[in-house]
Design a protein around this ligand. Structure first.
Ligand code: NAI
Length: 336
């Protein structure tokens, strides 16, 4: 029997064995690449399945080259890096991992919130220099403050539960509302305008798509309660970059904790800037990010909210199961 060819991209070598243990070697032929998906990789044209991560752009060009492709299995919740419309047209299925890390991302969200609210990042840098002065380190309590959650789905709800443990009030903005949940978790659905006006901390947990592109923008940024903290562990495109920089500059945001930011995918290219020609708009994004980093009230983490040992195991487990189930006509986490 001809084996099913499965190519994994952007996969760290230490994760290979986990996949190997989970996919039947008599049925599947596995190819692993630690590098990102590239159109000139010869495996693409013969692959039945490609498994990708968030920086692997599965665009028309890749889909056209992958003549035998049946399934794209992304090892992430978000799937905005895949041209799903074109995949549907070509009758290629797309699977994702919707539930691996609601607690994982929510915990990272609070790591960012607490770092900013208690100035942990500043204290860390100072203590490295044997400076243990309290000057400028006074923080604020979360208890009694209002948290505004945009996108009350799996992650958003987990964030709310943690917030309740801290004694916070919680507002939520979502296009879908679940009033039983609202009562059970003791939060309140409001419109976006009210959320921006009333929250001491705003945190984003909705998907990035056409309807959420620049959800926070130059037209509504002035509504934000002066000095509110802004946390983004969802996707950078949810806020217009100009509005983010403006809000930080004008003190509309008292601080920002960003796991996702404009140009994050360029982190690797930055090292090549001196030797290779990098497009001007990329240089612009890198420059802006570096300016952000100079601000003491801005912390960036390198899109790592998902990255805990337990979450990675759940991602690999579900991806392997998605692939097996697809070829056995069983249910899997189907995007299209
Ligand atoms: P989910 O699908 O469970 O929840 C998303 C919520 O957003 C839903 O309740 C939905 O109704 C709501 N929503 C959709 N469109 C909206 C709109 N226009 N306005 C307001 N709300 C809207 O998704 P989940 O699992 O909670 O993940 C949320 C996002 O977090 C993902 O789409 C992904 O981009 C991001 N993420 C980031 C990670 C990281 O490592 N930084 C890891 C995992 C997810």
């Amino acid at each position: 029997m001809k084996k099913i060819k499965v190519a994994f991209f952007s996969i760290p070598p230490k994760e290979k064995n986990y996949i190997k243990r989970r996919l039947d070697k008599n049925k599947f032929e596995l190819f692993f690449f630690k590098d990102e998906l590239a159109a000139d990789n010869p495996v693409i044209k013969d692959a039945d399945v490609i498994s990708v991560f968030i920086y692997d752009k599965v665009d028309r060009n890749i889909i056209d080259k992958a003549k035998k492709l049946k399934l794209i299995a992304t090892r992430s919740t978000g799937f905005n890096h895949i041209d799903t419309e074109y995949a549907r047209k070509k009758k290629i299925a797309v699977a994702n991992v919707p539930y691996y890390g609601e607690n994982t991302v929510a915990e990272h969200t609070f790591a960012l919130i607490l770092t900013l609210s208690r100035n942990i990042h500043k204290a860390y840098v100072r203590s490295q220099q044997s400076n243990f002065s309290l000057e400028g380190l006074r923080g604020f309590d979360l208890r009694g403050k209002t948290l505004g959650v945009i996108g009350a789905g799996s992650i958003g709800v987990h964030v709310m539960k943690i917030a309740k443990g801290f004694g916070m009030k919680v507002l939520a903005y979502d296009v879908k509302q679940n009033h039983i949940l609202e009562e059970l978790l003791d939060f309140k659905y409001v419109d976006l305008e009210t959320l921006l006006k009333s929250s001491d901390i705003i945190t984003l947990h909705c998907p990035y798509n056409k309807s959420t592109h620049h959800l926070i923008n130059m037209n509504n940024i002035e509504l934000v309660k002066k000095g509110a903290l802004f946390i983004n562990t969802a996707r950078s495109g949810l806020i217009e970059p100009r509005a983010l920089y403006y809000a930080i500059d004008k003190g509309i945001f008292g601080g920002a904790g960003l796991d996702v930011f404009e140009g994050e995918e360029l982190l690797k290219e930055e090292n090549q800037m001196l030797t290779k020609n990098v497009e001007l708009e990329k240089v612009d994004a890198i420059l802006k990010r570096n300016l952000l980093l100079r601000r003491e009230n801005v912390i960036l983490t390198p899109h790592m909210a998902f990255d805990s040992q337990e979450a990675i195991e759940r991602i690999l487990e579900t991806t392997a199961e998605n692939i097996s189930a697809f070829f056995e006509n069983r249910n899997y986490y189907k995007v299209i």
